[in-house]
Design a protein around this ligand. Sequence first.
Ligand code: UD1
Length: 371
Amino acid sequence: MSDGPIIHLVGARPQFVKAAAVLAQAGPRHQLMHTGQHYDAALSDVFFQQLGMPAPTWHLGVGSGSHGAQTGAMLAAIEQVLLAHPKGVMVVYGDTNSTVAGALAAVKLHWPVVHVEAGLRSFDRRMPEEINRVATDHISDLLLCPTQGAVAQLALEGLGDKAEFTGDVMLDLARTVAPIAASEDPVGRFLVTGEGPAPAPLDVLPPAARRKGGYALATVHRPANTDDPAKLAAIFGALADLPWPVLLPIHPRTQAAMARQGVAPPPGLHLVPPAGPLPFQALLAGAAKVFTDSGGVQKEALFAEVPCVTLRDTTEWTETLEGGWNVLVDADPAAIRAAALAPRPTTPAPIAAYGDGQAARLIVAAAERFG
Ligand code: UD1
């Protein structure tokens, strides 16, 4: 048993929501470290405000850069903090550059490393996240898995004795945040009551679409889609041609790629600023369908029981595909349209594959047992 801090390392948007759910169950030994991978207020601060997260004990301010430069800067900065403290536990989340940097810095200093969301695989080595997942799993000491499929995958890789099933912490979050989004967030309240003027970002939609099921929601930020102008234009063209107007909260990476490559959104596709977690949850719950290349949004759609169309040719979240609740279409306009027109799945959404919404408590207990 060590007496150092249990450090929860975050850096990018999807990690803030996971750590928020875990820290809500944790005592004072648990502290937050923010690498600064995401630094825009719309990608970072708003998550802390809306999810009631404690301010980070350490903010490393690393910012953007090439993969090597960014990961290297994080490694050096994390190491400095760890060296200044008695040995504790490092908890890392998901598959970003912050994840792999945190795991590597800690393991080299013999800090035990706990990986939350371990065992996921897309088997697509062109995705930086796939490299980050595989590397992090193989250097971590405890592998906490969101699904039984992830536990089985780790066993195949010889890591079975380090793997434990906790369920998916994003389900914990969906269960707590969805009711708040529906009642307290202006977007959610409007979609439930229809009273008063439509708040942003619903106000950019044609008036008839400003209702539950009247619009579709999209997110696009993967380099494989954003950094190929033909692919990005094909996705935008297909989205603009759906039976509903489409809201697209735009990631800064995508915005920059559009400007660089001269890709403009066609009419019918409404670009809006990135949404914080509460309005995003409300927009998702009100959408007819969701179109995304994100990992986390595929599950958020499932938990909200909104059919999802994934703009990739692989997914690490294979359980979402059951019963047609999620469909892989890559950037193929005909496939995007066919999936958009497909009827709503008739089987129940396979949510139970992701546990019972109590993952945060199990993650806290596992980290404490380990350190
Ligand atoms: C990262 C994760 C990805 C995750 C996503 C969530 C990696 C390899 N990728 O991708 O898995 O799904 O976060 O959003 O870690 N930028 C800003 N402001 C910011 C942050 C970024 O303008 O606050 C711009 C910069 O131009 C930057 C680019 O976005 O170069 C990409 O940011 P980066 O953190 O490198 O990757 P993401 O695409 O956000």
